[in-house]
Design a protein around this ligand. Structure first.
Ligand code: ZN
Length: 131
């Protein structure tokens, strides 16, 4: 499977780098942080043919499906945590409860019971959207 930097993926898919990062955040594109000569950076798995068409088709309702809740591990078990903000160039998840993650995994379809109670408290306290 071919892996590209965010910059190369942006060029190859003809999407802005912001779009690529958004796709990584919402799970549309698979990506992982990998060590390279310039330090750790995000490498995007090049999607299958046809992905771009369906992505463009879904672009309009994409923002509705994004939740701020993420799995902190690839196992997708335990608790989902709330990510208030991620870095712009690098996606450095800092969860509300103080947990710092190496990566994020899409938590679409998680249940309320899966949510980290600490993150939930902070989110409520700051009146952040829970979805
Ligand atoms: Zn948490």
């Amino acid at each position: 499977m071919e892996k590209l930097s965010i910059q190369d993926a942006s060029y190859r898919l003809n999407l802005s780098q912001a779009d690529i990062r958004e796709c990584i955040r919402n799970g549309e594109l698979k990506a992982s942080r990998e060590a390279g000569p310039a330090g750790r950076r995000w490498m995007v798995e090049l999607p299958e043919d046809g992905w771009l068409d369906s992505f463009r088709a879904s672009l309009n309702d994409l923002s509705d499906s994004i939740t701020p809740w993420w799995w902190p591990t690839a196992a997708m078990s335990g608790e989902v945590h709330y990510v208030e903000d991620m870095g712009i160039e690098e996606i450095e998840p800092l969860y509300l409860c103080g947990l710092r993650g190496e990566n994020v995994w899409d938590a679409k379809g998680h249940t309320e019971a899966d949510r980290c109670p600490k993150c939930l408290d902070v989110a409520k306290e700051r009146e952040l959207p829970l979805w």
